[in-house]
Each structure stands twice: as structure tokens, then as C-alpha cells.
Design a protein around this ligand. Sequence first.
Ligand code: PHE
Length: 347
Amino acid sequence: MKQQLEKIRQEALAAMEAAADPQELEALRVRYLGKKGELTAVLKQMGKLSAEERPVMGQIANNVRAAIEQTLEQAKTHLAAKAMEAKLRAEAVDVTIPGKEVSLGHQHPMNMVLQEIKGIFVGMGYQVVDGPEVELASYNFTRLNIEEGHPSRDRSDTFYFNDDDSVLLRTQTSPMQIRFMENHKPPLCMLAPGRVFRKDEADATHSPMFHQIEGLVVDEHITMGDLKGALTTLMKRIYGEDSVMRFRPHHFPFTEPSCEMDMQCHKCHGTGEVDGQVCSTCHGEGWIELLGAGMVHPYVLENCGIDPEKYSGFAFGMGLERMAMGRLRINDLRLIFDNDVRFLNQF
Ligand code: PHE
């Protein structure tokens, strides 16, 4: 019996030390220490021993059990440590792998041109201001000398909010002239970019929402020469020193005299033809319309409490999309609003 116990001890210890995983270890525990296990089987034979032998064998058997239990615990701990180590290795993070690059966007092409224009005017001393898109008809029309019944106030052109046509989406940035002169006394020099709204179908050159940049300068002795100087400076900076400009008489109710400013077509150089074909950029005109402008009408100055005998001023309003299209050679207005990244990435 002593040999039997010794054999169990040796086999059990060797097997447990070699066990590869906790399942195998558990099977070994059942095999040696379980109710039907090998050690238990030997102990069951104790009854056959003599009274002298029994305590001696009992002692040996207890030692074997203790040795097996101890080795079992050690093996468990060892396997757990090994499992943890393997897990850590598998989940290790390689901090030397380069990170995922964050792709930064950039300004929208229209904003690029807006910033460029603002920069030029700020350099000439203009203050940039903001105003409401929901506007009163009195600011958008009446105080700009656009009387009731004037065709530009028509419901087919303007988005009105109410039945008496007193509140609307501004159709131009010119109401900012009134708003600014209400709160500032001359000398004044302001630039007001913003959205405007008209009931237009969208096509290559029209959109029901677009952007204008309004400008206003009022002081003593301001003349048409100042207007021409400021706007020529802007256009040469935007389109190049060699670009050719012209001022053409026009009519606006809130300026007198009024004009429009055109740039000679850069494609056909004013001839209206390219290789015997009608120029596609200016549609054969030879000129591209840039903006409307003029000397602030005396009525408008009076409407804002400014004495037209003492002060004079000029104002202008240009389409930002049109400026961006010319500056960046974009041929369809809708591209500016679609925000297709294949288009945006070109700038
Ligand atoms: N508001 C005019 C337009 O929308 C442009 C303009 C502004 C003309 C200022 C003269 C002076 O067409």
C-alpha cells in the first residue's frame, strides 16, 4: 500500500505540473482526489490493515493528499499567470504605429473670395457689419426711396411674411445703408456682406438665395471720383492690375447719379468673339457686369437724419457669387451651393 500511495503521489505531481490548461487540471483533481479517485480507492482499503499499520498509512496518505493539493494550487496559479500573460501579449498596443491622419477641411471657395474682398476694404478703413435677413419693408424699400407700387416690391419677386407686405426676406443688402446711418454719424465707411432672397428659379446664374456685399461711404466732399477709386482698387486687386473696367450709367432709386461697373471679358478681351464663335464667358457682350453703385440719393441721407447739403456719399452693392465665379473661373452658380466635395477640393 505504501508503494501504491507513493506511485500515486509521483504520477499526480508530474501530471499536474505538465497540465496545459485549467480544464486538464480539474480532470486530474477528479482523477486523484475525487470520490471515485485513485487516492480515495486506496484509502478505502485502510480497513483491511492492522491496528498498528493503520495510523502509519493514514499519515502517509494524508501527506500524499496534502502534496497533491498543494501542487494543484501552484499549478492553478501558474496557469492563470500564463493565461494573463498571453492575453496581455495578444492585446498589446503598438504605440509606435503611426496614427490615422485627420484630414482638415478648408474654407469654402465663396468664403475665400469673401475674406479676400473684406481684407481689401478693411485695408481701406471700412468697418465690416452684419444685419438681419428678415427685414422691414420700410428699410428694404421705402427709406431707400423705393415707393409703394414700385415694380421691385412686387409679390412675384419678394418673399413676404404677412398680408400687409411690411415684413420680408431682404432682397438686397442696401437696407444696411439705412441701418448703419441711423446709428452712425459721418464720416462713415462700412461694408455689409450677407444673404439676400428673391423669387428666382435656380439656373446657372440665378438662385433664390445669394450673397451681396454692400458698401457705404459718407463724409464731406465725397465725389464720384472716390467711388471710382475705391471700386477700381478692389477689382484690380481681385482680377489683376491689367484688368480693364468701365462705368456705365444706370438707375437705382436710392442713388443719384447711378452706374454699373463692368469688367472687360478676360476671355475675348472685349471683342465678344473667340475663334469666330460667340464668347461663352460674356455671351458676346465683351463685358461682364460686376456691380451697381452710385452717389447716395439726398432723400436717403435725409431719411437717416444726415444733412445732404453738408454731406455726400457713395454706395455700391455687388454679388458675391458673381465675384467668386469670375475670380475662380466657376461657370455654374449651382456648384457653389451644391457642396460636392469633388468641386470643393479643387480650391
Ligand atoms: N442694391 C442694388 C441691387 O441689388 C445694388 C446697389 C447697391 C446699387 C448700392 C447702388 C448702390 O441691385
